[in-house]
Design a protein around this ligand. Structure first.
Ligand code: FE
Length: 215
């Protein structure tokens, strides 16, 4: 079905409008929060602390540490691929999610990319708060139909012989990409490696790039 141009414009305008208005769930959460605070079941300070934890402490650096360890420790990597939750249990991350985490590995022949086509399921505990584009209708719809095209827009062009796999997250299962270790990083420590792993690489819309020069 072809959508007439005007309809497309209307959809785009509606999306634009929606992005500036609190969504229904956001309003409901706000109402629930006010009620819980009013009844003395929750304090505003607790809510602020949770937001702070996700924004400042969780962040993608947890995921980067996991990737760096997998690159440097084959036994850890093996455990990570079999049962990610168990493998990372000892790394000191807050246990924020009850759901499953699956790590998918990029190789020279296969590239993985993560999406949530339904809403915005994301591995918060290891990657922090999802970027806005991850939650956009545009990304969610297009990455399934044309992953290569979307990757190209992110500046990542894959060879034709590289298989692309799209992983659709759910409330039960979240995915994280284990990117390929870039060349010329043999002498890097785990910490140095963690510093070059980007959030986008762990979602699968970028690769990890060898830094130009080591400090
Ligand atoms: Fe979702």
């Amino acid at each position: 079905m072809t959508i007439p141009r005007d309809t497309k414009r209307v959809i785009a305008l509606q999306e634009e409008l929606h992005s500036h208005l609190p969504s229904d769930p956001a309003l409901r959460v706000k109402a629930l929060e006010s009620l819980l605070v009013e009844k003395g079941l929750l304090s505003s300070a607790t809510v602020d602390r949770w937001i702070e934890v996700f924004r400042d402490e969780v962040g993608p650096k947890n995921g980067a540490r996991i990737v760096a360890r997998a690159w440097t420790n084959p036994i850890f990597k093996q455990r990570l691929m079999i049962n990610a939750i168990e493998a990372i249990a000892g790394m000191g991350f807050p246990r924020l999610e009850a759901n499953n985490l699956v790590v998918v590995e990029n190789t020279p022949r296969r590239h993985n990319i993560v999406v949530c086509t339904l809403c915005s399921c994301y591995p918060w505990a290891v990657l922090g708060i999802p970027p806005t584009w991850y939650k956009s209708f545009e990304y969610r719809a297009r990455v399934v139909r044309d992953p290569r095209g979307v990757l190209k827009e992110f500046g990542l062009e894959l060879d034709d012989d590289v298989e692309v796999r799209v992983w659709d997250s759910t409330a039960e299962t979240r995915y994280m990409v284990l990117p390929e270790r870039p060349p010329r990083t043999e002498g890097f420590s785990e910490e140095e490696l963690a510093a070059i792993v980007s959030r986008d690489a762990m979602v699968g819309v970028a690769k990890v790039i060898t830094p130009e020069r080591r400090s």
